[in-house]
Ligand binder design. Sequence first.
Ligand SMILES: Cc1ncc(COP(=O)(O)O)c(C=O)c1O
Ligand SMILES: N[C@@H](CCOP(=O)(O)O)C(=O)O
Length: 463
Amino acid sequence: MRYVSTRGRAAALDFREVTLAGLASDAGLYVPEVWPTLTRDEIAAMAGLSYVDTAVTVMAPFVGETMTRNELRALCEQAYGRFSHAAVTPLVQLDHDQWLLELFHGPTLAFKDVALQLLGLLFERFLTGSSDHLTIVGATSGDTGSAAIDAVAGRAGVDIFMLHPEGRVSDVQRRQMTTVGAPNVHNIAIRGDFDQAQALVKAMFNDPAFAGRFRLSAVNSINWARLMAQVVYYFYAAVRLGAPDRAVAFSVPTGNFGDVFAGYVAAKMGLPVERLIVATNVNDILARALTSGDYSSRQVVQTPTPSMDIQVSSNFERLLFDLGHRDGHALAEQMRGFEGSRAMRLTNAQSEGAAALFAAERVDLDDMALAMRWAHEHACQTLDPHTAIALAAAQRHAGATPMVTLATAHPAKFGDAVERATGTRPNLPSRVGDLFDREERFDVLDTSYAAVSEYIAERAVAR
Ligand SMILES: Cc1ncc(COP(=O)(O)O)c(C=O)c1O
Ligand SMILES: N[C@@H](CCOP(=O)(O)O)C(=O)O
């Protein structure tokens, strides 16, 4: 399997190279040269498979020749052995046709663990025998940071520099990052928002002098391996609900468009997905883009769903590439326009292609709180606010098809918002330990490329 850049200029890479590289050298994102497909019989044969066996079946075509199936299985066993639920991502029934897919049973209580526990092991596997020292630079609105840090803390040959927007993540999210004492973990709070943090990270990859000095890698969903691992749970859930004989719909709380793009990949691979609902908070660039073709970024508004407080959704570029006849040069032009003016219009092919599978819903605070209360009172489920946004969107599309809402975080990560809506404060699971007793360690920097890149250059290991 080879991977090509969405902007058409960077060299095609194999899975090992693409995992270590993160972003393409032409500022594009890597996607598989062709979508691998699974036949109806192969999907039917997944019925009853464990999560690990499902993961191996779904991911093997993407990994290609870079690893044997047995090696892949061993990594999956190690990664998913750290989850606190035997099913890894269990399904919970809310009412007749509404389901929750719980993705928060990993070590840091959010869906990011599903991919990042594996990615940490892939880095280790692909660096074995090499003298390269990896400098991971990442941006987080809360959950990627803690999951990535957990996955690589204390590992030899890797340093991680994680940027989060100061004061815009929950206390639990921040402490999960800043109380990790490993010397290879470096937390930076920037005086800005997530979009600015993400732009700084991309700028470092696109700065030849900086990128030439360090072996940079990415843990954000710009890294293809992140998305690949997230495709698995769409198959796992849909097969349990009757696929391939029955189609399933998913409602996904969306920010950087990584999670829902993994659902698109599952559909491209042959999973019968009836609809993917892109649920946003008031930072609704994706809802506007998908309903009216207007992809224009506005000021980020701070909400009780901080992980979705995003206006520039990295992975939307992957969708635009695939729906735009995979014309990298045309997309590079389109993205350059967006980077200049913060606005662009989707082409007819992109809008029509998206409408065939996606629906989009913007959910405000009242509807979010109503969904939390409904789940609490009618289904005895305590939802985190991100999940509640997706449930509210799912309820607007209720029909005869089974609808799966992705539960992306444990409610205790957002205790204040949950207590406000339901009157009950969820307890932090014991596996996160003495989070509020540990000392925090982070530096605060201005949102300036010079300040952040110099900070990292002083601490990173050069090639
Ligand atoms: C809890 C939670 N829900 C939803 C999202 C949005 O996911 P994505 O950025 O993949 O669209 C995030 C952040 O990524 C998150 O942390
Ligand atoms: N919501 C995310 C933002 C980064 O998204 P990613 O999926 O691209 O890593 C977060 O929690 O950090």
